[in-house]
Each structure stands twice: as C-alpha cells, then as structure tokens.
Ligand binder design. Structure first.
Ligand code: SF4
Length: 328
C-alpha cells in the first residue's frame, strides 16, 4: 500500500516498488485543506494511474475525521496550523488499516530522511513507524538503506539493493532518478497544503474558536474572498469577483444570510454565525463598501424563512479603515 501525495517523491517511491514487481494499491487521502479538488474520487487520475502505471489508485476523502487532527494535535503545529506529525500519523494509520484489509505486506511512502526539518528527522521517522502500528512494515524506498532492513526486505519481498539512501534537502538525487525512470511531468514538491498558509490558518483558527464542528461549506470558503469578524457572534465572507461570488452563494448554509447590491455591481457576502441586527447592518455597510458605487447603495439581505429577505435602501458604505480593522 503506497501513500501518494501528488508530489515527485511519492511517485518515485511508487515506481521503485512497482518496478520490483510488487502489486501496489496507492492511496491519496484528501481534505478541504489539501487535494480537495479530487474529492469526487478523481476518476481521470484513477484511470491514468491504471493505464500509465498499472497501479490501482484510491482517492479517499477523510473529512470530517481529519478535523480532529487539526483541532488538537498531540505533537503540536508547524509554523501555522499544520500539524505535520499528527497528520502523517493519521495517514499512516489509515494506510495500515488498508494494508490489513487488503492483506498487503507493507506500507510505503516517499519520505526522505532529513528533507524536512521536523517530520523527516530520524527520530520522528522512527516515532511515526512506532506510533502508526507499522513497526517493520513501513518502507521508505528513497531512504531505506539508511534504516535497518524492514520485514519485507528480510522476507525477500523487496531487494535492499533496489532501494536508495537519499537524505537531506537537496533534490539532485530525486531529479536524477526521475530522469533515469523517464518521469518528466511532475508537480513541484510540497505544494498545496493550505494549513501552512498564514492567512488561511488565521481564518481557520478563528472559525475553530467558535467551537463545534464547522459546516463543510464554511470550511470550503476559507480560501475564498475577504473574511471579516464583525462581532464575537458573526463573521462575514465577501466575494472579490464573479467566480468568488458564485462560490459563496453555492456554499451558503440554511441558517446563513446572503447580501447583495442588486442595483450596482458588487460582491455577494455571506453572513455566518448568530448575527444580531447590528451585525446585519454592519454586514450591509461592508457589502456596500465593496460595491462599484460612490455613496449610499441599496443592499438586499436574503435570510432563511418568510419575511427574512428585505431591501435596505441608502446603506452608507463603511469607511476603508474601519473595514480593514475587521479583516481576519
Ligand atoms: S504540510 Fe499539511 S498535508 Fe503535509 S504533513 Fe503537514 S499538515 Fe499534513
């Protein structure tokens, strides 16, 4: 069972194992924080893995389960809200479950010793093997020769000579191996985890402080538009262009309020939480601020239930500085 991330290292690991004649099932776990564009099961990618690599790929959304990893990581966070050690442990445990379910012999990853400061040190890599319940059954083909022989090597399933001894941050070894294996199109390394982004992490942190389990649609909007905290009970998401306005409208929950400026071009805004009448008024003023107009505008407030939709006339846009002060 191979854990793949979409990056070069896991692809190389997969090629090494597959080229040894081992039947591989690759797993890609996705969450709204990474790989979520594949949450529909990625049939096109599954087809390419089967046709081009002869490998079965399983794309598995791990939401909302994964949220708990982010909310309370045992080993803490990296620079922002990225709980890398706990995240890897979570993935390895999932892969271990798949291994047992499939009757597979081992799990492998594209990890390289010393490549990342925290999660790929020797002690943390050993910890991951121990804590994941995969002792002896976790293989890192790119660095395997720098670790004691794994059980699949001892059992003769894998030839140690065919595995590698890459270490450190340099990518030269990986590039050379990719060239030798004829791999030309590969994504840039380590891209794509939004938990490592400062603004995104701040917004997520703000959302999680509200307690409870956030709605998926709300989480999916964390990377969209401007986010403003209007009061302890209310946040506002404001679209910056047509695509964002559409996305915001599609992800509104049944209890959310949508605001628009029907008489002039302007944003779609989503008011979430438990807003007071003052919050709704402030949301209307923020929406007016980002509309394409000078001076007061009409703002349509669309709430749930009868009588909850109304047009507010002559809303005075909130001043730029006040608006800026509310940004998350
Ligand atoms: S960067 Fe993101 S996806 Fe990668 S290990 Fe850290 S938390 Fe997990």
């Amino acid at each position: 069972v191979g854990l793949v991330s979409g990056g070069l290292d896991s692809l190389l690991a997969l090629r090494i194992i597959r080229d040894l004649g081992v039947e591989v099932t690759a797993y890609r776990f996705v969450t709204p924080f990474f790989g979520w564009d594949l949450a529909d099961g990625a049939p096109e990618m599954v087809r390419r893995y089967r046709q081009e690599l002869g490998v079965a790929l399983v794309v598995e959304p791990v939401w909302p389960e994964y949220l708990e990893v982010v909310r309370a990581p045992r080993y803490g966070y990296g620079k922002h809200l990225n709980p890398c050690l706990d995240c890897k442990l979570f993935m390895l445990r999932k892969a271990g479950e798949a291994m047992r379910r499939l009757g597979a012999a081992f799990v492998f990853t594209g990890e390289v010793l010393g490549q990342r400061p925290m999660s790929q040190r020797r002690d943390t890599m050993n910890l991951l093997e121990r804590e994941s319940g995969l002792r002896g059954r976790l293989v890192r083909p790119l660095s395997a020769q720098l670790f004691p022989p794994s059980l699949p090597e001892q059992e003769g399933i894998l030839s140690r000579e065919a595995l590698h001894s890459f270490s450190g941050r340099s990518r030269t070894n990986q590039m050379e191996l990719a060239a030798r294996l004829g791999i030309r199109d590969y994504p840039t390394p380590a891209g794509g985890c939004r938990l490592t982004e400062e603004v995104y992490a701040r917004r997520l942190g703000d959302l999680l402080r509200d307690g409870g389990a956030p709605r998926l649609g709300r989480v999916e909007l964390l990377g969209t538009g401007r986010h403003l905290r209007l009061s302890p009970a209310a946040t506002l998401v404001v679209g910056r262009n047509e695509a964002e306005n559409l996305r915001i409208g599609e992800r509104a929950g049944p209890a959310d309020i949508l605001l628009e400026t029907p008489e002039v071009p302007g944003p779609t805004s989503l008011l979430c939480g438990d807003p007071s009448p003052e919050d709704i008024h402030l949301a209307a003023r923020v929406t007016a601020r980002y509309a394409d107009a000078h001076g007061p505008v009409a703002v349509l407030v669309k709430g749930a239930g009868p009588g909850a939709t109304r047009l507010l006339e002559g809303v005075i846009p909130l001043e730029g500085e006040a608006c800026h002060g509310l940004l998350i």
